[in-house]
Design a protein around this ligand. Structure first.
Ligand SMILES: *Cc1c(COP(=O)(O)O)cnc(C)c1O
Length: 609
């Protein structure tokens, strides 16, 4: 697995060259170089890099496949997309989305009041806003204010109560009435671990009886001309396309029926999000059984077919794919702080004048091990180790002898693994798993990979460098929270092997990929670790630029954000220190300065890394 599954998950966005992972775009900077640039300004801790060009290529892909399908199927509706803000509301992500999407008239979707306010402030004029989720009268009134302010907004109702509120607000004020969409409750459910948004027991949507009721309410209120959209969303990270096709048939027929019932202004079907992202590093296409090509063709073909059969005009198609658009744009980079079995370094060997005979044999095995004898010598070494441990228990050898033996045996195993790396025996593979190395990463899984913690979602991970040597250490990753859940254990079914590096001599960085969707706002400040320092990287033919720096919150800021009076914390610490006795005035001032610095730095570790 020398390329860490790059061919599976990276969609050609990255390549390996000269042993480093690089952006496969324009001047092709290496991630390591970008990270070193950033860290040369004394930034420490995890780093989140955003690449707007990867958002652009996803938006372009989505539109171009749908446009192609529309042409091929002689489809007469248009294609439109909005970005669901819940997938990433961070300013530099949203700015990249709206600027990269401008030429497509790409809009925004909101699922809460705060997101609606954000959509109203960020949607380019003329682009669509759709609103989903549960709404109160205030949120509906906000929708009227958006319409009044010139936004092209559709409020999708999740239940009849919301429609009654819309009618009430329309009757109470003279503001422009927003367009109205109906979310339909499908009898077909979605697939994948997030498939809770479809099906008869789904949290959202109107049943067919309620839809009929809705039409008559709209007619009575003379608002039927505002009904413009039928909406469904069958859940995120759809693994299978079959449920989508069922949902399309169902929603398409509901649409056609509504047209026949006189809903003349109805003109679009919104198929929600759910387009899946490949997170797997080991097996191709395990996350989904369809391509974007098949997805877009199926949607366009099926809707065309249903409308043709019922003699209804083709509706405009809306999608709200979020994960697909932004997952790839962000990469989390974490320095490795420690390898826990590095105590087994040869330089720590400390022999005596006279060593126990078995230890002398181990020294010879270690010296003479080569490609032809390595399996035999390995067996001998493991055997000797057993015997030496028994001798230790019986009191015949001392702790120094035992330590020497452990170092030698580890070394022999490592050498054997290395010599046989292109063709390891089963025994070696098992030894490798047993001798797992634990890599301590300067990051919090709770903060930066919450879906790993909460759902077991795997994210592709690989080192940024050393990629021209085969990694041999079976790796588990530990974060710096003091919580045992902050660990990505070694999984023999999806093994991660990393390099054996000496961190005293060099740094070692890991990248987690496809982390641009959902992770940032779901991330939590467990142990009071805050968001990683983030940067936007724009790349052109000759160089790249690092923009929009947002450093991790300082310790005082994070305390402040959960409600402490940071000023009080700071002055208490300083006054306690001032009251204590110092031998020299200089030392007092130096210590105060240190304290001041610590309070204003982020809480990630600042060892050499
Ligand atoms: C969450 C959500 C989406 C986005 O789903 P993705 O899987 O990220 O594409 C779209 N529409 C609605 C209504 C949602 O709730």
């Amino acid at each position: 697995m020398k390329n860490f599954g790059l061919n599976i998950w990276s969609n050609n966005n990255f390549i390996i060259e000269d042993g480093q992972i690089k952006l496969n775009y324009k001047c092709m900077p290496s991630l390591l170089q970008i990270v070193e640039d950033i860290r040369s300004n004394d930034v420490r801790g995890p780093i989140l890099l955003r690449f707007p060009h990867l958002i652009k290529s996803q938006i372009r892909t989505l539109y171009s496949y749908f446009d192609k399908a529309i042409q091929q199927n002689n489809y007469r509706g248009s294609f439109n997309a909005v970005f669901p803000l819940k997938v990433n509301q961070f300013p530099h992500a949203v700015d990249a989305i709206t600027s990269q999407g401008a030429q497509y008239n790409y809009g925004l979707e909101a699922g809460s009041k705060a997101e609606l306010i954000l959509a109203m402030s960020k949607t380019p004029s003329g682009a669509n806003i759709t609103v989903n989720g549960f709404k109160d009268k205030e949120m509906i009134t906000l929708g009227f204010i958006a319409a009044q302010s010139g936004h092209n907004i559709t409020i999708t109702i999740e239940g009849l109560g919301e429609l009654e509120t819309i009618i009430e607000v329309a009757q109470e004020c003279n503001l422009k009435v927003p367009n109205i969409g109906i979310r339909v409750r499908l009898h077909s459910a979605g697939s994948g671990i997030w498939a809770k948004s479809g099906g008869m027991d789904a949290k959202f949507g109107l049943t067919s009886t309620e839809i009929i009721e809705a039409i008559s309410l709209l007619k009575d209120a003379k608002l039927l001309s505002k009904l413009n959209m039928v909406h469904f969303h069958i859940g995120s990270q759809m693994s299978d396309i079959a449920p989508l096709k069922k949902a399309l048939r169902e929603a398409g027929n509901i649409y056609a029926e509504l047209k026949k019932m006189g809903a003349d202004s109805l003109k679009s079907i919104n198929i929600g999000g759910g387009l899946a992202v490949e997170y797997d590093q080991h097996v191709m296409s395990s996350a989904r059984n369809y391509s974007i090509d098949e997805f877009s063709s199926s949607v366009v073909f099926l809707l065309g077919e249903i409308m043709n059969a019922k003699n209804v005009d083709h509706p405009d198609i809306f999608t709200e794919s979020g994960r697909f658009i932004v997952a790839s744009h962000a990469v989390l980079i974490t320095p490795v702080l420690e390898l826990f079995t590095q105590d087994y370094q040869e330089k720590l060997l400390n022999f005596k004048e006279v060593n126990p005979p078995l230890l002398v044999e181990l020294i010879e095995l270690n010296d003479l091990l080569n490609n032809t004898n390595c399996i035999e010598y390995l067996h001998d070494a493991l055997d000797h180790m057993e015997s030496l441990l028994t001798l230790f228990d019986l009191g015949y050898i001392d702790l120094q002898d035992r330590s020497n033996a452990e170092i030698l045996v580890h070394n022999i195993i490592k050498k054997a693994l290395y010599l046989k790396s292109s063709n390891p025996t089963d025994e070696l593979a098992q030894l490798q798993v047993k001798l797992q190395e634990r890599y301590l990463i300067n990051a919090s899984i709770f903060q930066s990979l919450p879906d790993y913690w909460g759902l077991g979602q795997h994210f592709p991970v690989m080192p940024l460098h050393h990629l021209n040597t085969t990694p041999l250490r079976a790796a588990s990753l530990w974060d710096i929270t003091c919580d045992s859940d902050g660990e990505i254990g070694f999984n023999p079914d999806k093994p991660l092997y990393l390099h054996d590096v000496n961190l005293d001599e060099e740094e070692y960085f890991l990248g987690f990929f496809n982390v641009g969707a959902y992770q940032e706002t779901l991330g939590m400040n467990h142990n009071l670790f805050t968001h990683p320092s983030e940067y936007t990287i724009t790349i052109d033919e000759y160089t790249y630029e690092i923009k929009n720096a947002v450093e991790s919150k300082s310790i005082l800021d994070i305390l402040d954000s959960i409600g402490y009076d940071a000023e009080m914390v700071s002055s208490r610490l300083k006054s306690d220190l001032m009251k204590s006795d110092f031998i020299t005035e200089q030392e007092k001032n130096d210590t105060l300065a240190k304290l001041e610095l610590f309070l204003n730095q982020n809480g990630y570790l600042r060892t050499t890394n």
